[in-house]
Ligand binder design. Structure first.
Ligand code: 4NP
Length: 165
């Protein structure tokens, strides 16, 4: 089983939608028995909370139900997950630093990614925008971004691990 963890700041907007959409893509590809995913936040602001109401609404409009409960990234995650995917550069740095503090090693570079590296339409953007203080249009944009990234990240995981459905 390959385990993928999506990480943002609050674990109520970007990483839960990334998780929900990626799981949906994995199911459609018939790979649920080989790939699992989860999400977490670098902060403890929203532990135990459902995703933001606006994010759940946009997800539902696209046929994805989000039921994740917010949790904070933990030291165990660096052992339990094969791939960790950051939504923005601040999350990426926080993940790296936390991995070093908790284990004495940086999480390997070939297993830690910025999600927009996989966005075929990213131009030079590196971050999934933080929608929390924005209006609903940004939540829609986040959905579109994680859908594009999810499709190409899944292809990448399939090829890297030589998976077959
Ligand atoms: P997320 O968005 O990192 O995509 O879950 C945020 C959610 C909450 C906060 C910031 C960003 N906050 O400051 O509470």
């Amino acid at each position: 089983m390959i385990n993928v963890l999506f990480v943002c700041l609050g674990n109520i907007c970007r990483s839960p939608i990334a998780e929900g959409v990626f799981r949906h893509l994995v199911e459609k590809a018939g790979l649920s028995h080989q790939i699992q995913c989860d999400s977490a936040g670098t902060s403890s602001y929203h532990i135990g909370s459902l995703p933001d109401r606006r994010m759940r609404q946009v997800a539902l409009q696209n046929g994805v139900e989000l039921t994740h409960k917010g949790r904070k990234l933990s030291g165990d995650d660096f052992y339990n997950f094969d791939y960790i995917v950051a939504m923005d550069e601040a999350n990426f740095e926080d993940i790296r630093n936390q991995s070093y503090r908790s284990s004495g090693f940086y999480f390997p570079e070939d297993r830690l990614y910025l999600y927009r590296e996989f966005d075929p339409e990213r131009a030079d953007a590196l971050n999934v925008p933080d929608p929390y203080y924005e209006d609903i249009a940004v939540f829609d944009e986040v959905y579109q971004i994680v859908e594009r990234c999810g499709a190409s990240f899944l292809t990448f995981i399939i090829e890297k691990n030589q998976l077959q459905s």
